[in-house]
Design a protein around this ligand. Structure first.
Ligand code: SAM
Length: 221
């Protein structure tokens, strides 16, 4: 599905979020709290925007940008060439069975991954496994807004309008119907924090952005 929508993926992200998605990625990058730099895994990197935000936030960092769709990775690599970004390497891998040794990275990020995995606890454990003790895992994901009236408006927008906009812009109604469906199945921010704790993370916390529609969870290894 993500391979199918690669061509219009970035544009749809900007349209759906009212242009806020890049600012949220910059916030997620800063949550890594790296000092001078280090080696970071950006998992489910897609077209690479969070990997680029990490490079901007930490000029000495090197990023492994991983995704299981080769098609979308190629788009990320193309953008890196256009921007002359040389500190990102691109690799194919499944978030549920990372082809990476234990305790390799100083931090790990993911944006809009967790809703999509079939085994969320396993995915959380895999990210913890590949990060060194003391490193952080930062997860950015759409969440369930709680404010009563706004919540109803959000579901009209997200559940009804977004699939129509996605159909018009990306030419893929089904992919953008999947988006609200995947959120309905996904735990709210507080239960997600508990899942991270159960997966072995310490000092788990989260912040809400975008009027409570976006959550950034941070856990320490
Ligand atoms: C919504 S996109 C997010 C892309 C990017 N992180 C961003 O900020 O826009 C979700 C990405 O997750 C990838 N993905 C989904 N499940 C995955 C898995 N099990 N392993 C690796 N990548 C996965 C998809 O191929 C897709 O590129």
């Amino acid at each position: 599905m993500f391979s199918r929508i690669t061509r219009r993926y970035d544009l749809m992200n900007h349209v759906m979020t009212g242009g806020r998605d890049q600012a949220w990625r910059r916030i997620a990058a800063r949550e890594l709290g790296l000092g001078a730099g280090g080696l970071v895994l950006d998992l489910a990197t897609g077209t690479g925007d969070l990997a680029f935000a990490i490079c901007e936030a930490y000029p000495n960092a090197r990023v492994v940008a991983m995704d299981f769709s080769e098609t979308i990775l190629r788009e990320g690599a193309r953008k890196a060439r256009l921007r002359d970004v040389q500190s990102v390497v691109w690799g194919v891998g499944d978030a549920l069975a990372l082809p990476l040794p234990d305790a390799t990275f100083d931090g790990c990020t993911n944006a809009f991954l967790l809703r999509n995995v079939v085994d969320l606890p396993l995915c959380l454990r895999e990210m913890r496994r590949v990060v060194k003790p003391g490193g952080r895992v930062v997860c950015m994901e759409i969440t369930h807004p709680q404010a009563p009236v706004f919540r109803q408006l959000f579901w009209i927008y997200f559940g009804k309008l977004v699939p129509i906009i996605g159909g018009a812009i990306a030419g893929d109604l089904q992919a953008y119907r999947y988006l609200p469906d995947s959120l309905m199945r996904f735990p709210p921010a507080e239960p997600l924090k508990q899942l991270m704790q159960e997966a072995g993370y310490r000092n788990v916390r989260y912040r809400l952005l975008g009027m409570g529609t976006m959550a950034i969870h941070v856990g320490e290894v």
